[in-house]
Design a protein around this ligand. Structure first.
Ligand SMILES: C=C(O[C@@H]1C=C(C(=O)O)C=C[C@H]1O)C(=O)O
Length: 113
């Protein structure tokens, strides 16, 4: 298996560094958008503000991604920090989406006819 860290091209200019970063952002942004779509799905399925933040699930994700980062030759502490910050943004977004869905007519749990 080729590790992610072994795919990094040696650069001698900042233009080369930034071309490498831009190429990865072109892959990352669509994936982040797709991930955000699952927050909308989560808001719909949970349909309860109290369920949006799930600490056990956050820890399960951290426990999954740390070894994945190591296997790819990465720094697991960096990846954990990125994931924790990213999940906070997605939790905010999930709250926002639940509010939007409610405003659009989603009935709160327990209040469906
Ligand atoms: C999507 C969920 O909602 C939240 C968002 C998470 C994420 O960004 O992966 C993880 C835990 C939840 O607090 C979930 O519970 O799985």
């Amino acid at each position: 298996m080729t590790r992610a860290i072994d795919k990094v091209k040696t650069c001698s200019t900042m233009a080369e560094v930034r071309a490498g970063v831009n190429a990865l952002d072109d892959i990352l942004v669509p994936l982040l958008v797709e991930r955000s779509g699952y927050m909308t799905q989560a808001a719909t399925v949970k349909n309860d503000e109290a369920l949006v933040r799930d600490e056990a699930r956050i820890q399960t994700i951290i426990d999954r991604v740390r070894p994945q980062a190591m296997a790819q030759g990465g720094n697991p502490d960096l990846i954990e920090r990125l994931y924790r910050a990213m999940m906070e943004c997605y939790i905010d977004y999930e709250h926002q989406e639940l509010a939007r869905l409610r405003a659009a007519g989603l009935q709160p749990k327990g209040e469906q006819p």
